[in-house]
Write a protein that binds this ligand. Sequence first.
Ligand code: ZN
Ligand code: ZN
Ligand code: FE
Length: 759
Amino acid sequence: MRARVEGVVQGVGFRPFVHRLACEHTLAGWVRNDRRGVLLEIEGEHAALQRFLERLAREAPPLAVIERLRTEPLRASGERGFQILASAGAGAAATLVSPDIAPCRECLAELFDPRDRRHRYPFINCTNCGPRFTIIRGLPYDRSLSTMAAFALCAACRREYEDPGSRRFHAQPNACPACGPTARLIDSAGAAVDVADAVAGAAAALAGGRIVAIKGVGGYHLACRADDEHAVAELRRRKRREQKPFALMAGDAGAVEELVELSAAERELLAGRERPIVLARRRPGARVAAAVAPGLAELGVMLPSTPLHELLLADAGTTLVMSSGNHGEEPIAYEDEDALRRLGSIADLLLVHDRPIETRVDDSVLARAPGSSPAGVLMLRRARGYTPGSIALPLPATPLLACGAELKSTFCLAKGSRAWVAQHLGDLRNWETLRSYSAGIGHFEALFDVEPVVVAHDLHPDYMSTGYALGRGRAQLVGVQHHHAHLAAVLAEHGELGPALGAIYDGSGFGGDGTVWGGELLAGDLRGVRRVGHLRPVALPGGDAAVREPWRMACAWLLASFDGEAPCPPPIAARVARERWEQIAALARSGVASPPTTSVGRLFDAIAALCGIRMSVSEEGRAAAELEAIAEPAERASYPLAVLEGEVVVLDARETVRAVVEDLGAGVSPALISARFHNGLADATARALTLLAQREGLGTAVLGGGVFQNRLLLERCAAALARSGLRLLTPRQLPPNDGAISYGQAAVAASRLTATRAQ
Ligand code: ZN
Ligand code: ZN
Ligand code: FE
């Protein structure tokens, strides 16, 4: 019998596994890698062949993902023994690349075993764990096509590499202190620091309150003690990062539980081999500096993601801030010279090593989403540990590239029923991000052998991603409306084509009618949608400037809600000059540089500003996140929000704003105001969707868009919709925010082209 196995089957110990299985069932034959995956021939008793196949699928090594297994009968040739053959390089690459994986249990045991030859070796790995995507330069996955190429295996490592019985058989990054990468501790000028052990030296400096840049698997972090007020405040000052929360890394699960309350699901996520940052509720009295996550009820925590981090945390003996290695909004540093240049002014010391990072990958961020998604998990940033895992498409695609949006950008390549969504690349607004964006597209095209004949893009004419799409040439272009892409992304990841209703709430998206969209009720499928409702528009005073100054939205909403009169409310008057308020009110009234917007994100900004939360933000949505954080979870009352039924449904939030003002006047706490606002919006959303479902004859509702990163809103919407009988789909594998746009565009393009061909 011949069997072909496709999926993530190279570099994960698949061939030795096949070898062992064949020997156990006394089957003869061979196995080898080729560009499509793994090919094998076995011969023996029929019953033994059957058992072999069953176990092949069931007992595959931990990192393997079998996507397809096809067999064909062969005439027996009387072969003896079972062999692992050399790779065959010809043919089209369709092998899937594994993400980067945290150290496995066996490697960890060796790491801390003083008798092991890899005791305290920061780059220990095996076929079940270690770096993959971030070190791969090309396919087939082989040491010579990775950033390990410069390290020649020593005799001991080569023996393991060539021994089918070893856990390190064909482990491409296999290394040891004698032959592999080494860690070094340097100062901010690049000079070596004289320490016996670089990791222990860095740990001691951290424990003593210094700031250390650390080269991780996908880029640099900036670290300091999490409980040191001075160190954390100093890191925040040097990074020029005023508001964004810092992530923490704790040595083990026990240390995590001292900081945050964990459910069983959260505990599992944290310890998963992807090692994401998990957002969880902060324990009262948790020993964490105030500057770590100002204004937030949650902390982002992770466990060590590499052997180097395992050692570092064990040596430091304290939880560390592990924040991205960058200034302000720049992409994180991952190349050594660049890191020294950019991080030298922030860090006192740098813990570096000589294994280059080929691809920059940020930490992933997840949170539990109670009651909303079947898996109970909400992806907020998809990167390390998940990329480049493929996501299925519900219909076959001709080779295509989808360029995504602008904020939290990703791109997506697709071919057949598979889509590869790039890791979170950051905001596509600077040259550095554009460079990793276009280089990343080239890298993915080569890795997954996709030559796009179709290029999908957002309709926004000013997005860099749109410019990139138009500049590629020779491909068929497919423009996809932003909120349609949000809806399509959720449908497609659930394997559905539609039709469905969608409530798509986000910051902003190009609608094409001169209005800035962001509170849209859509009806349709992957191919197309109709806008069947929206939030009542108000002015966006000063355009993008209103995103950075949420109080401008409070002004716009007050004008709309009180017949053009907007006296400055006390929480804002205390922090915004009267003339500025009057200027912005005049601007909003005039309509100059103030396009109408239906953005729900901006409505959140308005309520947050009315509650006095933040007058200016460094990042979109920060004020809304803090509004969510202060909400009183037990509060069940809600503000009125009218659902007006006309040709389209209009969500009229003016009553809501009037009720907020009334409560503020009566001295009601922001915690209650926030909760009542969330409840009212969720209730109105459910009423609008229920009404539209009847009108349109649809039974499925989709929630999507960046506003649904707000888990309180998601949970309350799901609860309100549970009574409607509508089937609810929410984002799961991809974030609700614009990180999912590229995949949504891919689904829409695939659907439209299938339709064209069918006609
Ligand atoms: Zn391992
Ligand atoms: Zn070695
Ligand atoms: Fe969006």
